[in-house]
Write a protein that binds this ligand. Structure first.
Ligand code: TYD
Length: 137
């Protein structure tokens, strides 16, 4: 996988004077089955979350509230996606290194994953990750 496999998708928006609504349908918006949902919140200023890749897991990241930056790396180049709209979703496939930073006060990151939590799927050492990516080239 490389950065070209990362997709930003625009979720449906139902604009309404009473407040807007967006939604995710498991079988319509993602190229994977949702098996876990988790969220990151109450992030103190200056903190960084993530800082790993997954061997096989694909996930989708939505900024439900506030803003943060998603930094992606494929072992070769990096890319920053600033998220501040709750109707944008980023699909991050396996074997992409990622971290999140620059969280605003009260920001809320929602993550949908195609697998349950499994520590053995994590690649937490960047050098190991880069070697793995470069061996494939
Ligand atoms: P981790 O994925 O390392 O956090 P980050 O998003 O910063 O990379 O997870 C932090 C801790 O939370 C780790 O000890 C495992 C636990 N955890 C679960 O138990 N279930 C989950 O679904 C997730 C994402 C983490």
């Amino acid at each position: 996988m490389d950065l070209s496999d990362v997709k930003v998708i625009s979720l449906p928006k139902v604009l309404d004077e009473r407040g807007n609504l967006s939604f995710i349908e498991a079988n319509n918006h993602f190229p994977f089955d949702i098996n876990r949902v988790y969220w990151i919140y109450d992030v103190p200023g200056g903190e960084i979350r993530g800082g790993h890749a997954y061997s096989t897991l694909t996930e989708c990241i939505v900024c439900l509230s506030g803003s943060f930056d998603l930094i992606l790396h494929d072992g070769n180049e990096s890319k920053t996606i600033s998220l501040n709209r709750s109707y944008n979703a980023v699909i991050v496939p396996s074997k992409i290194w990622k971290h999140m930073e620059n969280f605003s006060t009260n920001s809320l990151a929602l993550i949908l994953a195609d697998q349950e939590y499994k520590e053995s799927d994590y690649i937490r050492n960047f050098e190991e990750y880069q070697n793995m990516q470069n061996q494939k080239l």
